[in-house]
Write a protein that binds this ligand. Structure first.
Ligand SMILES: *Cc1c(COP(=O)(O)O)cnc(C)c1O
Length: 376
């Protein structure tokens, strides 16, 4: 929460939920990453929030960009970055999209299997590829499952294939899971990475780069270690596993770069109980899973919610969204404490909502408009 955001909301009196994002916070976050990992290039994970003003600011600050689609590549180019600052980091790409990205000048691509390497060798000859490896997402509040990456034992073969097809076997990537509270999580993946570097070096292929992915947390309800602590733990792990031959490294922060820069203002639409002896109040907001708060899925991300009555006594509540889909309940398994004095019509502020909100909002489910977004 910043004074600029509060001032903006006070002057606007919005009808309907809206996200307000403070670019000064994004700038501070970027500089904190650059300082904590001085030898590492930042590739902003565009999917976290592709707002043009955020991209333009990051272009000015010298950032590079991790993109997942042609549209994201075009958004980054439109913000003024050259294609040499773009990684096409999705391991799942149509061959014609690879060809279009190549035409636009993109030369860095993610893979996690030989079939994708073959597509890239045809559509983007000579490009650099890095292979994503599976890694332990333990402890992450938004773990990334097994959808992306291959077993470390397979990665060497994938990169060898790339090399034999005339691509540059450039390096490895992994993601320790989003909202990763443990800075030591990078250690095991870096150990596996170093082993693949050695293995391929013996076969005459010199990898150059490790992509350390995202996972850097935003602050929600719990305190999280500072970026500096992550930087130190990562550097120690690099030293431990690569000795004095530390490779080029990149990070791809999304949440950690923009999450805490945004606040959503929402309104209480209804407060009720389900029976006379229901111990829980149900608080329905004008925002839910379908218009911005998709990351409350399985109650994984628990946002701080501020109300005008936070000094009053609290009671546990179920919080739900406004749509007519019964999955549109934000917190029920673990009820959320809200002030007893909260009223229908009260405005609430949902903090830490700069990442993974606006673009997750549906086009118009039940006629509810997509989340409005202001970048200031
Ligand atoms: C989503 C994503 C990120 C960003 O992750 P955060 O945890 O938000 O920092 C980074 N890299 C890749 C490949 C991603 O898909």
């Amino acid at each position: 929460m910043t004074d600029r955001i509060l001032e903006f909301l006070r002057s606007r009196r919005e009808d309907g939920p809206c996200l307000v994002l403070d670019l000064e916070v994004v700038r501070d976050n970027y500089l904190a990453f650059a300082k904590a990992l001085p030898d590492t290039r930042v590739y902003y994970a565009v999917k976290a929030n592709p707002d043009p003003q955020i991209l333009e600011l990051l272009v000015q600050l010298g950032s590079s960009f991790d993109t997942a689609s042609l549209a994201e590549i075009q958004q980054v180019l439109a913000a003024g970055a050259g294609p040499e600052r773009i990684s096409y980091g999705n391991t799942i790409k149509k061959e014609r999209d690879i060809a279009r990205a190549y035409e636009l000048g993109v030369r860095l691509f993610a893979v996690d299997c030989e079939a994708e390497v073959e597509k890239i060798s045809r559509a983007a000859p000579g490009a650099r590829v890095f292979c994503r490896i599976l890694c332990d997402n333990n402890g992450a509040e938004w773990p990334l499952s097994r959808k992306f990456g291959c077993a470390p034992a397979m990665a060497a073969r994938v990169l060898e294939r790339a090399h034999s097809l005339g691509l540059v076997a450039y390096g490895l990537s992994f993601h320790v899971g989003s909202q990763q509270p443990n800075p030591k999580s990078w250690d095991r993946a870096l150990k596996a990475s170093a082993a693949i570097f050695r293995d391929l070096a013996e076969r005459g292929i010199g990898l150059q780069m490790v992509n350390l992915g995202g996972g850097f947390p935003a602050k929600y309800l719990k305190d999280m270690p500072a970026v500096k602590t992550y930087g130190q733990a990562i550097f120690r792990a690099l030293r431990k596993h690569f000795g004095n031959r530390i490779p080029e490294t990149i990070i791809e922060p999304g949440r950690g770069l923009v999450g805490n820069a945004g606040v959503i203002e929402a309104e209480v639409v209804l407060i009720s109980r389900k029976s006379d002896d229901d111990p829980l109040r149900w608080v329905y907001l004008d925002i839910g899973k379908f218009n911005g708060l998709a990351e409350t899925m399985d109650e994984m991300i628990r946002y701080p919610i501020r109300t005008p009555f936070d000094s009053d006594p609290m009671e546990p509540c179920v919080i739900a969204g406004p749509s007519c889909d019964s999955v549109d309940v934000l917190y029920e398994k673990q009820p959320y404490p809200l002030p007893v004095s909260l009223e229908i019509g009260s405005k609430v502020l949902i903090e830490g909502t700069g990442a993974y909100t606006a673009t997750y909002s549906s086009v118009s489910f039940n006629g509810f408009a997509p989340l409005k977004s202001y970048v200031i």
